[in-house]
Design a protein around this ligand. Structure first.
Ligand code: AFP
Length: 333
């Protein structure tokens, strides 16, 4: 059976009017950058990506060489295409407008170039997460000069989102608002091939993902939910649960998309706002999870409805199988 390529998938959506040529080019450019990052990741210590760069990012987190390499790959790939007004990266404090010697487009790109950095040196899956918004127009109908305020749009305004997982295979999951689709990198032809059509997350699950070492810090609703999962068939849930925690959001979310589950990174007494970033982790993943029939909240509020206040703000995340997310929400009420 011949499988569609990413290019064919995007051309079909351009032909149907779902996306325009600029958005198609943007997604293809990001996919190409993800292939280059995948090659670097797969070289491991032989590619110079391991180890610390000796610098810290805006979050004050130590940057790995591969964080900086991945960021550079995405910056270079996206500066000359003419479809971006500006971009934001987890690894850079400020908005980066498209250089004036290149044409500016209507889209805003946000990304975490390498999610799961703590897993790089120990050969556990890492990934790239991206989100696409439209650049607001000024009163004269012209595009505004892209500044932080242009980016502070709720996640429901996203026109596209996706993530790559650099694991045993390299996977790319994307949505342009008409479902969530999974592509596998065919290393012989070096093309992304459609392998998960219209992903659907099971509405129920018996698998949860959380960093249990934070248990003493959780708020009561989260503590109650996890305790009930741990009580299993002897407790109120009447069934046993399994637990997974990769500590790379891309890997945990890919598993939830593929076989159901609930992923939680809640607020706690240490991470008072939560740990994950709203603009380029929670929002794109929430868009994809909802497109796959799942749900995504901060524990109580739909993530895609949250009005951002700061570019790099953190947020609590509860996402995955709809009925489990609903249960956590009911415990927060
Ligand atoms: P790093 O990129 O700093 O490793 O953080 C990864 C992440 O943002 C997300 O991908 C994981 O789900 C989460 O943090 C893991 O956090 P813990 O290390 O506290 O479990």
């Amino acid at each position: 059976m011949r499988r569609a390529s990413l290019s064919q998938f995007l051309i079909e959506r351009q032909r149907s009017g779902r996306i325009n040529a600029d958005l198609r080019l943007l997604i293809e450019t990001i996919a190409r950058a993800c292939k280059a990052i995948s090659t670097r990741v797969n070289k491991g210590p032989l590619g110079g990506g391991h180890g610390n760069a000796g610098t810290a990012n805006v979050q004050g987190e130590l940057q790995k060489n591969l964080d900086l390499m991945s960021n550079e790959i995405l910056l270079e790939a996206n500066e000359w295409g003419g479809n971006l007004a500006a971009l934001v990266s987890e690894e850079m404090e400020d908005v980066k407008p498209t250089p004036t010697h290149y044409p500016r487009g209507e889209y805003l790109l946000l990304f975490d170039p390498l999610d799961g950095s703590s897993n790089i040196d120990v050969n556990i899956s890492v990934g790239t997460i991206f989100s696409v918004l439209r650049c607001p127009q000024g009163p004269d109908g012209q595009m505004r000069v892209p500044d932080e305020k242009c980016f502070l749009q709720p996640g429901r305004e996203q026109v596209a989102a996706g993530f790559a997982v650099y694991g045993p295979t390299t996977q790319l999951v994307i949505t342009v608002g008409d479902g969530a689709y999974g592509f596998t990198l065919d290393r012989e032809t070096y093309t992304f091939v459609l392998t998960q059509e219209q992903i659907r997350i099971a509405e129920d699950t018996a698998e949860f993902a959380i960093n249990a070492s934070n248990m003493r810090r959780w708020e009561p609703p989260v503590k109650r939910y996890i305790d009930e999962c741990l009580a299993g068939s002897d407790g109120p849930r009447g069934k046993d649960f399994n637990m997974r925690w990769v500590a790379s959001m891309v890997a945990d979310v890919f598993r939830v998309l593929s076989r159901g589950g609930i992923f939680l990174y809640p607020r706690d007494s240490k991470n008072k706002e939560g740990r994950l970033r709203l603009m380029y982790e929670a929002n794109p993943m929430a868009f994809i999870v909802e497109q796959a029939g799942g749900a995504a909240t901060d524990g109580a509020t739909r993530i895609l409805d949250i009005q951002p206040q700061k570019l790099h703000q953190r947020i609590a995340v509860v996402l995955g199988s709809k009925n489990e997310v609903k249960r956590v929400t009911s415990y927060h009420k």
